[in-house]
Design a protein around this ligand. Structure first.
Ligand SMILES: [Zn+2]
Length: 174
């Protein structure tokens, strides 16, 4: 996902609109694989005092599984951002050396925003996905049991007395 910022480099102080679409790789979030719809970023950028300002909105939909019932669960992400990129290799202000490592930087007319998009989206994700807010997970488990029952029925069909046999076995076990 790259943004062409050459106009801003040529004409500092002016603001230019942008709209780009990109992709985020599936991510492992708390042991669960989360996939994403194409990411849309739109807004404006401008170069001020050698720093590139990028602001706008980002939208995508994250697909995970419900923490309660394990069914598919979606989480729409809609966030606004305002990030400032320093020119790569510029002398840094020495007052905050910790900030250096995390600093966003631009280098040439193409600005890579993959890492930025990923970071913004990951920070926005919920601790856990839910298929719906009041999911209690019971339905999911009930459904699993039903599937197990269906298997049992199949066995019963194959052998008419097997169900009876199982009942007897169960009684013996108790
Ligand atoms: Zn659920």
């Amino acid at each position: 996902m790259e943004l062409d910022i050459s106009e801003a480099l040529r004409r500092p102080g002016e603001t230019f609109p942008f709209r780009i679409q990109g992709f985020i790789e599936p991510q492992d979030v708390m042991g669960d694989t989360v996939t994403f719809d194409p990411v849309l970023m739109e807004g404006s950028f401008s170069l001020n005092d050698g720093k590139l300002h990028l602001k706008g909105r980002l939208a995508t939909v994250a697909h995970g599984s419900c923490a309660m019932c394990l069914e598919a669960a979606d989480y729409p992400v809609n966030l606004s951002f305002h990030e400032i990129f320093a020119r790569k290799g510029d002398a840094q202000e020495e007052d905050d050396p910790l900030e250096e490592t995390d600093r966003l930087a631009y280098d040439g007319p193409l600005l890579a925003v993959d890492q930025l998009a990923l970071t913004l989206v990951i920070l926005e994700l919920p601790m856990r996905f839910l298929c719906r807010e009041d999911c209690e997970g019971i339905e999911g488990f009930t459904q699993m049991n039903r599937e197990a029952d269906a298997d049992q029925e199949e066995l019963t069909m194959q052998h008419p007395f097997s169900a009876l046999q199982q009942l007897l076995n169960k009684d013996q076990e108790v």
